[in-house]
Design a protein around this ligand. Structure first.
Ligand code: GLU
Length: 476
């Protein structure tokens, strides 16, 4: 959260915001207070300070790894590099991971890491040094490992950092046959899975697309069913925002505004996302994109006329001071915690449909789960069945052609014959997860008459966690 946002947002801690949401959900459940306390609290907080030589100076780096819940192992969650990193933030993000995993049925506890640095002003060599040292600190305290805690990318990190983490872990764990599974979000050439990079953005797209198929919900906000022609604003053009915007654009939605740190751009007729990215790469900024209007104060972009608003950057960007000016009818929380509880209440009263982070941005960890499974099984998805499926399809088509006494055109044949590749399997697994997750939350909301999707998502997650404690025999 920027200094500006911090003063605008309410004074309560980020962690207490999540506790408020949790408590609202707990009212729908008859669960002992002690159990709820156990689920809510962070199981382990590791705070580190380590020295790194940068140039001629020694710099002391502040870093964290928080394991929110051990009800399932390993723990899972990204590592963020930002100057805003602090203990409260990492604890909250770790807690969100626990609920997220429960909702999309990914068998992990939640965790999160953070290093308080600005990767934009530090050289690549020094980022590597810091990442490797951080990893060895995690190893030292048993805070990383395929069955212990598995990091992944988050704000300010990506494939490059994950490959350094893997390499450091491997070199300090000789003979560890499952070492690849110590971290996800790796490059495909180093054990990553195809489709992980765009997974969070694609998951956001699948989730909102599903909501937009629901007549009842669309009627409640005065919109037609479907995504085609809907006006969308995306805040944040990082890995999540960029991919989400691209998928919305390809599905026929109109991207009316894109917002970044330096400002926002607006065009009522729609922006071509890939051209904006080319412009960004060329000029270093999205501003002055041809045929668009610059908006100097990037926060103002959130208040523009649109159907769907996708905050895909940092937490608390919508707060009690700007919530009343938000005109979107649907808000899809691609970022973690983009709305303060006050903003949430204001927008709910206005009738805005809010699709909560703990469901909507779970696509990343879902595909991380696929990557972890791939690493543990030591085999690429599709390797066993691709050729077999192709042979079966060939035989089937021959039977169809014989019966119909008609030849199927070669292009159509090729499409039908094709066996599944890794990317096809990953994407269909993700699509299925997001669609199922949406309906589970929506059905629960209806059956228990819960006020909104966020509370329903929390109710669903708490129930799921209680179930696994019961299975372990911990809470008879
Ligand atoms: N950082 C992502 C998140 O917040 C992904 C976590 C993961 O893949 O483990 O969901």
């Amino acid at each position: 959260m920027s200094k500006k946002n911090k003063s605008k947002a309410d004074a309560s801690s980020f962690f207490s915001c999540i506790e408020k949401n949790f408590d609202k959900a707990a009212r729908y459940l008859s669960i002992k207070k002690g159990l709820l306390e156990q689920i809510k609290s962070c199981n382990a907080v590791y705070r580190i300070h380590f020295p790194v030589k940068i140039g001629k100076e020694i710099q002391v780096i502040e870093a964290y790894r928080v394991q929110h819940s051990h009800h399932k192992l390993p723990c899972k969650g990204g590592i963020r590099y930002s100057t805003k990193v602090n203990q409260d933030e990492v604890m909250t993000l770790a807690a969100l991971m626990t609920y997220k995993c429960a909702i999309v049925d990914v068998p992990f506890g939640g965790s999160k890491g953070g290093i308080k640095i600005d990767p934009q002003i530090i050289s690549v060599e020094n980022i590597e040094k810091i990442t490797r040292r951080y990893t060895s600190e995690l190893i030292k305290k048993n805070f990383i490992g395929p069955g212990i805690d598995v990091p992944a990318p988050d704000y300010g990190t990506g494939e490059r950092e994950m490959s350094w983490i893997f390499d450091t872990f491997l070199s300090l764990s000789p003979g560890e046959v499952d070492a690849l599974a110590c971290v996800t979000g790796k490059p495909v050439s180093q054990g990553g899975v195809r489709g992980r990079k765009e997974a969070t953005g694609l998951g956001v797209f699948y989730g909102i697309r599903e909501l937009c198929k629901m007549k009842e919900e669309m009627l409640s906000v005065g919109l037609d069913v479907g995504l085609n022609g809907k006006k969308v604003i995306v805040q944040g053009l990082g890995n999540v925002g960029y991919h989400a915007a691209t998928f919305f654009h390809e599905a026929g939605a109109i991207i009316v505004a894109l917002a970044e740190r330096e400002g926002a751009i607006y065009n009522q007729e729609g922006l071509n996302v890939s051209n904006v990215i080319l412009h960004l790469k060329k000029t270093g900024s999205i501003l002055n994109f041809p045929e668009s209007k610059n908006i100097e104060d990037t926060e103002k972009a959130l208040e523009l006329e649109c159907d769907i608003l996708i905050p895909a950057a940092l937490e608390n960007v919508i707060h009690k001071h700007n919530a009343n000016r938000i005109k979107a009818k649907i808000i899809g929380e691609a970022a973690n915690g983009p709305l303060t509880p006050e903003a949430d209440e204001i927008l709910e009263k206005k009738g805005v449909l809010i699709v909560p982070d703990i469901y909507l941005n779970a696509g990343g960890v879902t595909v991380s789960y696929f990557e972890w499974l791939k690493n543990l099984s030591h085999v690429r998805y599709g390797r066993m069945e691709k050729r077999f499926s192709e042979n079966m399809n060939t035989e089937l088509l021959q039977v169809v052609e014989t019966c119909c006494r008609k030849k199927i055109p070669i292009e159509e044949k090729k499409m039908i014959l094709r066996g599944p590749r890794e990317i096809d399997l990953v994407r269909s697994g993700l699509e299925d997860t997001m669609i199922n997750g949406f309906h589970k939350i929506r059905d629960l909301k209806k059956s228990l008459k819960i006020e909104n999707l966020r509370t329903a998502a929390f109710v669903f997650a708490i129930n799921k966690i209680i179930d696994s404690y019961e299975k372990l025999g911990i809470f008879p």
